[in-house]
Design a protein around this ligand. Structure first.
Ligand code: GLU
Ligand code: ZN
Length: 297
């Protein structure tokens, strides 16, 4: 693939500022793309207003800039893409691959994560209902080779069931929006946290239904706290301290097993980034699903 066709992205949700884990994902994806001479895009996944924190998107963009992670082109805000998600949903309906579901939350929760396709045959009208995509092969395995985690396979019918593409409150699901936008932005390389490894087969399934191109996937370990919990905006992982950008990048590079020399800690952001681009080797990253964040993060 020639460099001009190589496109990666960082796709934060504006639910809080970047923490060590999300910075490490942004950095790794940036380095992986810049090493190949490709373009690196930022997409703000702001399609879930109830979970959004005011001011978070501009805070995240400022943090990225402060860390020298400058994106190519304009930021794509998913809130401007609702028509495109609706178009894809219409295509799935025309192909008889989508249906309305009026199961209550209690009913779905009682199924413990694997939907039993209860509403498939009820032909419910759309008003007030969620929309699910229908899995068309009962035992079909979705297989792909993750560039970090290795081969991965999942039977969606067995492990997930027909899944939601538009919620009852009319919000489009993450799975649909991310699939439509990875295609729209011609993304070839997806590098993100391993919490999304299990979502990848759903995205590949939607790509196949919609005739989209499948990008290459690489899932990084999830940074965990001393208590072994995912560092997340939800459990209030500490925000990155302004003014410590070079140190933050150094800590992330070290966590990603890139062996940065100690003297890079005292240089500028652009010095450490240019060192990191030329030395980037994704095969050094741990092949584990989680990895404790360094002390102090
Ligand atoms: N917006 C998602 C998140 O913040 C990530 C989406 C992706 O990289 O596919 O968890
Ligand atoms: Zn239902």
């Amino acid at each position: 693939m020639s460099p001009e066709n190589i496109i990666g992205r960082f796709a934060p949700s504006p639910t809080g500022p970047l923490h060590f884990g999300s910075l490490s994902c942004a950095l790794a994806s940036y380095l992986d793309i810049k090493k190949l001479g490709g373009s690196w895009l930022v997409r703000m996944e702001d399609i879930d207003p109830p979970r959004e924190i005011e001011g978070a998107s501009s805070h995240i963009l400022k943090q990225l800039e402060a860390h020298g992670l400058c994106w190519d082109g304009d930021v794509l805000f998913q809130s401007t893409r609702l028509n495109a998600y609706q178009d894809s949903l219409n295509i799935l309906e025309q192909k008889n691959l989508a249906y309305h579901c009026e199961c209550s939350r209690q009913r779905v929760n009682a199924l413990q994560g694997i939907y039993d396709n209860h509403c498939r045959r009820s032909h419910l009208p759309s008003a007030g209902n969620a929309t699910r995509v229908q899995l068309n092969h009962p035992n079909h395995l979705i297989e792909f080779v993750d560039q970090i985690a290795g081969p991965h396979a999942q039977s969606l019918a067995h492990d997930v069931g027909d899944f939601i593409i538009r919620r009852r409150d009319n919000l489009f699901s993450y799975q649909l929006a991310v699939t439509v936008d990875d295609q729209y932005q011609k993304i070839t390389h997806v590098m993100r946290g391993s919490d999304l490894l299990d979502s990848t087969p759903r995205q590949i399934y939607l790509q196949r239904c919609l005739g989209f191109t499948q990008p290459q996937y690489a899932h990084l370990p999830l940074a965990t706290s001393a208590l072994g919990q995912k560092l997340s905006k939800q459990n209030l992982a500490s925000a990155l301290i302004p003014g410590q950008e070079t140190l933050n990048i150094w800590a992330a590079l070290n966590w990603l097993n890139q062996s940065p020399a100690n003297d890079l800690k005292t240089g500028s952001v652009s010095e450490i980034l240019s060192w990191a681009i030329s030395h980037w080797d994704s095969t050094n990253v741990n092949r584990s699903l989680t990895k404790p964040a360094p002390e102090g993060f």
